[in-house]
Design a protein around this ligand. Structure first.
Ligand code: NAD
Ligand code: MG
Length: 390
């Protein structure tokens, strides 16, 4: 029996993870759950999975949740804020933490989980984007395992098993291209929030859906792959593959390419992270290759999808730049989702923020948080100018 803490259980990844847990009660037990503000769903999850520790965003929500759970016995310990996230991530009986919060908010609890010796199933790619080098050091120092949940990284993980890293010629991350793959650049300016959220292949949380539309998601994944697999950016390519059947591949020095294929459904990579090295039933529709009309691949347009280029630039620039880029992206995406800026302003805000940043070295997680705060402030300032404010 593996005891799990799920950080972000009410999100897209969190809900899929709990469906897998419900399907395998003989394998997994829930020790702790955390959520943001969706108390209705969270209360139902708590009744069903009976965690010992739960946490929500703030004290007010914690009080409300406590009232909602008054008829539920035994009641879990209800916490809130960053301390609540850390308590869930470090709960004594937890063996694995599923890091499924969105954004840089996932960094501190994920680092706490590693420090307390927990294995981590990592969906929260922003953790590695902001603090890749520090997190991988922590993973080594504490002897824990870090399993990728992101479908591309799960594919790479499955394609490099048993191979020597020096034999890798390159990692090829595939990308669906998002909802605007065939939209001319000139029309991107006027796309709506609904257009941008309408991903052709995956159903996901709002932030990652917008990241997919700008292709920043692929940029974040290039940085994530750099740290997870210890491969330099020059050896990480991106191919657009609109069918999303090959989830990524690894090319070796002998010319052989190993790829992982499957129906696009996050339950497959989540399950592999939870049950590694075993495999468990997921309910994912099996792939029928005879029904596919063809698999296509081509290079991304880095002019049109500027965010992908910015991510390569941030990685090359180094230490604090990826955290600053990520912070600016979070601020810009939130503003786009709030209807405050247009779609094409997103890369402009990020680029302006990066241009204003002098990269500094990152020695501690607090240094990363400082870079994150700096990036948020600068991006907000630039957006103020964009909106014609002082
Ligand atoms: P989501 O928005 O659906 O869910 C996010 C969860 O985190 C929710 O439970 C929310 O309440 C919680 N949360 C948000 N902000 C928080 C904060 N500040 N403090 C505490 N809790 C907070 O997001 P998602 O689509 O499930 O994505 C989660 C992570 O997984 C992201 O980093 C994303 O990039 C990554 N990911 C998602 C998918 C996918 O298919 N959804 C695929 C690959 C990677
Ligand atoms: Mg992905």
């Amino acid at each position: 029996m593996k005891n799990l803490s799920i950080l972000g259980s009410t999100g897209s990844i969190g809900v899929s993870t709990l469906e897998l847990v419900a399907a395998h009660p003989d394998r997994f037990r829930i020790e702790a759950l955390t959520a943001g503000a969706n108390l209705e769903l969270f209360a139902r999850q708590i009744e069903l999975f009976r965690p010992r520790v739960v946490s929500v965003l703030n004290e007010e929500l914690a009080c409300k949740l406590s009232r909602m759970l008054s008829g539920v016995g035994p009641k879990p310990e209800i916490m809130h804020g960053v301390l609540g996230l850390i308590a869930a991530a470090t709960a004594t009986d937890t063996r694995m933490v599923v890091a499924a919060i969105v954004g840089a908010a996932g960094l501190v609890p994920t680092a706490a989980a590693i420090r307390s010796g927990k294995d981590v199933a990592l969906a929260n790619k922003e953790t590695l984007v902001c603090a890749g080098s520090l997190i991988m050091d922590l993973v080594r120092d504490h002897g824990v395992a870090l399993y990728p949940v992101d479908s591309e990284h799960s594919a790479v993980f499955q394609s490099i098993e048993g191979h020597r890293s020096e034999d890798i010629r390159k990692i090829i991350l595939t990308a669906s291209g998002g909802p605007f793959l065939d939209t001319p650049s000139a029309l991107l300016e006027n796309v709506t929030i609904a257009d941008a959220l309408n991903h052709p292949k995956w159903s996901m949380g709002k932030k990652i859906s917008i990241d997919s539309a700008t292709m920043m998601n692929k940029g974040l994944e290039v940085i994530e792959a750099r740290w997870l697999f210890d491969v330099p950016a020059a050896k990480i390519d991106v191919n657009i593959h609109p069918q999303s059947i090959i989830h990524s591949m690894v090319e070796y020095i002998d010319g052989c390419v190993i790829a992982q294929l499957g129906t696009p459904d996050m339950k497959a990579p989540i399950a592999y992270a939870l049950s590694y090295p075993e495999r468990v039933a997921t309910g994912v529709t099996p792939l029928d290759l005879t029904l596919l009309s063809g698999l296509t691949f081509f290079k991304p347009d880095l002019q049109k999808f500027r965010c992908l280029q910015l991510a390569y630039d941030a990685l090359e620039c180094g230490p604090s730049m990826p955290a600053v880029m990520n912070a600016a992206n979070e601020v810009a995406v939130a503003a786009f989702l709030a209807g405050e800026i247009g779609f094409t302003a997103i890369p402009r805000v990020i680029e302006g923020t990066m241009a204003a940043h002098g990269a500094v070295s990152l020695v501690t997680i607090e240094d990363v948080l400082q870079a994150d705060r700096w990036g948020r402030r600068k991006a907000a300032e630039l957006m103020g100018k964009l909106k014609g404010e002082p």
